[in-house]
Design a protein around this ligand. Sequence first.
Ligand code: SF4
Length: 684
Amino acid sequence: RFRISDIDKRVRTSCGYCGVGCQMDLWVRNNQVVKVRGAGADVLPNRGRLCVKGRFGYQFLGSRERLRVPLIRKKGTFCEVSWEEALDYTAQKLAEIRDESGPDSLAGLASARCTNEENYIFQKFFRAAVGTNSVDHCARLCHAPTVAGLVRAFGSGAMTNPIEDLAGADCILVTGANVSETHPVTATYIRNARDRGAQIIVIDPRKIDLIQGSTLWLRPKSGTDVAWINGLIHIILEEGLADREFIRTRTDNFVALEEAVKPFTPRVVEDISGISEKQLRQAARLYGAASKSSIVFAMGITQHITGTDNVLSLANLAMVCGQVGRASTGVNPLRGQNNVQGACDMGGLPNVFPGYQHVSDPEIRLKFETAWGRAPLAAKTGLTVMEMMNSASEGRVRGMMIMGENPMLSDPNLNHVEASLKALDFLVVQDIFMTETSALADVILPAAAFAEKEGSFTNTGRRVLRVRKAVEPPGESRADWQILTEISTRMGYPMAYKNSSQIMKEIASLTPIYGGISYERLEDENLQWPCPSQEHPGTPFLHKEQFSRGKGLFHPVDYIPPAERPDKEYPFVLSTGRLLYHYHTATMTRRSEALNDFAPSAYGEINGEDLDRLGAGEGDLLKVTSRRGEIVVPARKSDRVAPGVLFIPFHFHESPVNRLTNDALDPASKIPELKVSACRVELV
Ligand code: SF4
């Protein structure tokens, strides 16, 4: 309804939802965002395209439920207090715990929703002011295996190619990624490729929308990825589709891989995964014969106890066919949240400083000690998300700071998470709304949302993108980095920055892959890291002449079944995921009517055969029970899931499916197995 003549200004910024990082113009009138439009058709990564979340999901900014003033829990009730009181109290409590029980008694969750600059300050605060490496964030629950696996295979843990590159591929293998719902603009590039005649192979236990118009859909049983990927490699070698020259000149350890895939004959793969030999051969031929083949994956691959093995297997497949180091090829993890890539890049992880520089390396530590004026910095790897929760329940972690995350809805085995957070002596949460997590806090500090501050996000394609302030934050809320520097200063480690640009300068000076990034350059350049110097143009695709680690390394991987399999007591496989209309724990999207009207509540997607067996129908209430808890959801009859499988989206606090999910961990990356739990389903 608004025309350009009605508005006060247009502000170019980055979408605050998913990792595609769409560029958009916010139309502002009277300090309110009133309309959103995609940036121009020549602007990457989205070329003017936006999905429903980016285009219509801005109403939360003006929600009456926004946090406006700091809150302290007094005698069990949240009381409004001044910033001075809240900051003094927070700093005093954190310092008290640190001084009594040591720095490792404190831990923090950084945020994939906040800017690079805020995540940088968050980890600097924990490492320099507190003295611990116990910093992690929800990347642990999505792509920790991607980083672990791709670093080992290639030397770099990020998407090898840019998103828009997909449009030029001849074959795209999409697995464990419901792209049209979770990264909708990425799906448009896959469709562009399909319209050019590219072969699209979808390998997914759910009948996702992308299957429409794809060449081939393979439906494996959940948690059997290593088996079918080894099977593909087995056939590719058997049928002479491997790129022997690439293997000889660019890789190491091929013989071990060759041995490892020998037992994975099509018959063995069919027994394990349910994929027929005919389909497996078709997929192997399409992927192996194409000139430019690209692999796209997301959490259907990573959220398993074999998450790292699954990623290593995909890297093996791409290297066997020489499909790395060229445009429109590669291994491409789709990172979920708007700045999950950046939060990892900025060292929001317990083992690395910004730029994946390891905390155990004395030279690297010396560099940061000198720059930050604080020595010695801790050399020991800190705790991951799930380890923090376990340590809290055992009293070893006594205090936590959580910035813009909501583990009380997003983490597995919520009953355990709740008990852990309640066991803390002190919990401080920075957020824009009261969430299931902040409701358990001692102090809540109101933060600014993406449209209310300056900064940068890094999208899933390693593209560093500016975030610009369009409107004032509500009430007294502040940017997270401003809150953090105030607390740090009060704890005896002064931090003072004039603005976020100054923080980016410090990031660039200490982080080689961001060495050439500055706000000045981002004004008119589209930079993807690694960008090591002011003169460097950035790197659209990785591993061109050699891999980041030198030669690509094959890893022989064997099949390990999921931690929980259906049995007599719990005969269903439970899987969780996202919907097009909601983002993560839905604190923002459920406060945007235009989105929430389409998906207002949770449901359990169940096959008609199972519903008939239960004597139930569409909309009937189902009690779903696992070894960890129970919830009730209405049934939604659907052939998107196979018989024996139940899918529940995790966005809804009224039916929190993570009360049921398994917290068994992948030993390499410590990701929990959110995609496969055993459960029982009964008609209420
Ligand atoms: Fe935002 Fe992702 Fe949608 Fe783009 S695809 S508009 S980044 S939610």
